[in-house]
Unconditional design. Structure first.
Length: 311
């Protein structure tokens, strides 16, 4: 009798352990990250590489997903950085598996000049019309991506974000194309004042903004032309700030871009734009950005209308 009872209890214990392991495994699945993808761009005349994150249940379901375009930084930044430098996949997997965020597709396009770091694109069109990155992103990249994956392409299911140069690009696109994105995020967004751009060393200016505003411009001529005016986010007028979306700015207290981010938040406040501005202790580096990934993803998920997140 005692032996049968012990055997019964052991079986119950074993079943319980296996059940826990099964449930844990089901809810601890990994998403898929593929950095080998490209689209063909007629506008740029070359292939554009990108990295895509597909949520854990993507291949086991037939549902559509919200999409989050996440733009990488400048200097020598590339589309794989959020995963190789910031381990973004782990943040996404953990939050999705714990039910804290809705499963989403995340896409990071390459924003180099066809693999060259000599001149940053800053996600803008060139002033001379030679390399029209903005046109490519809006007219080719987004439509092709949203046809290639099971994306719910209503604006209320679309978000954009980025870090440093990518933060600038995300906010610029959201303002330039109002109503296109429900949520917009900038981590340490590269928002420079006119004084910053005027006083830049020529080599630094040419690398960052020369192609977009005009190469080899000196002093105030850099900020007194039609090309600069188009991209002047900090002094955007209320007419351009016609957005129903939500903005999230996160910048380190020791970051050189803190002034620009503060001024942008003040402009949002003046124009009654929905925004959140956070200044945490830290600088302009991966340690700071990765420490903000979870809050960024929570913000994005809560703003994208889903069955579990009704705005």
């Amino acid at each position: 009798m005692k032996s049968n009872l012990c055997s019964f209890l052991k079986n119950i214990f074993l079943v319980s352990v296996l059940s826990v392991l099964y449930v844990t495994n089901c809810f601890s699945s990994q998403g898929i990250v593929d950095s080998s993808k490209t689209i063909k761009s007629q506008i740029l005349g070359n292939d554009v590489h990108y990295t895509v994150y597909l949520p854990p249940d993507y291949h086991s379901s037939n549902r559509t997903y919200p999409i989050f375009y996440f733009l990488h930084g400048g200097a020598d930044g590339i589309h794989t950085d959020p995963y190789t430098q910031g381990n973004l996949q782990a943040h996404l997997d953990n939050l999705i598996n714990s039910g804290k965020i809705t499963p989403m597709i995340v896409v990071t396009p390459d924003a180099t000049r066809n693999g060259s770091f000599e001149n940053n694109t800053y996600y803008m069109n060139d002033a001379d019309g030679q390399y029209l990155y903005e046109d490519m992103f809006i007219k080719e990249f987004m439509p092709q991506i949203e046809k290639s994956y099971r994306v719910n392409n209503l604006p209320k299911f679309r978000a954009i974000g980025g870090l440093s140069m990518g933060g600038f690009g995300a906010v610029y696109y959201s303002l330039q194309y109002p109503g296109r994105f429900k949520a917009t995020v900038a981590l340490s967004g590269a928002f420079r004042t006119k004084e910053d751009i005027i006083s830049m060393d020529m080599n630094v200016y040419n690398r960052r903004y020369g192609k977009a505003f005009g190469l080899n411009l000196v002093g105030e001529s850099r900020v007194n032309n039609k090309f600069y005016d188009k991209y002047d986010i900090l002094n955007t007028t209320s007419n351009k700030l016609e957005s129903e979306g939500y903005f999230y700015l996160d910048c380190g207290s020791k970051d050189d871009f803190l002034i620009g981010n503060t001024l942008l938040s003040m402009n949002f406040k003046k124009n009654n734009i929905n925004y959140t501005f956070i200044a945490r202790n830290g600088g302009h580096d991966w340690s700071y950005w990765t420490s903000g990934f979870d809050d960024m993803l929570l913000f994005v998920s809560q703003r994208l209308q889903d069955f579990r997140f009704i705005d």
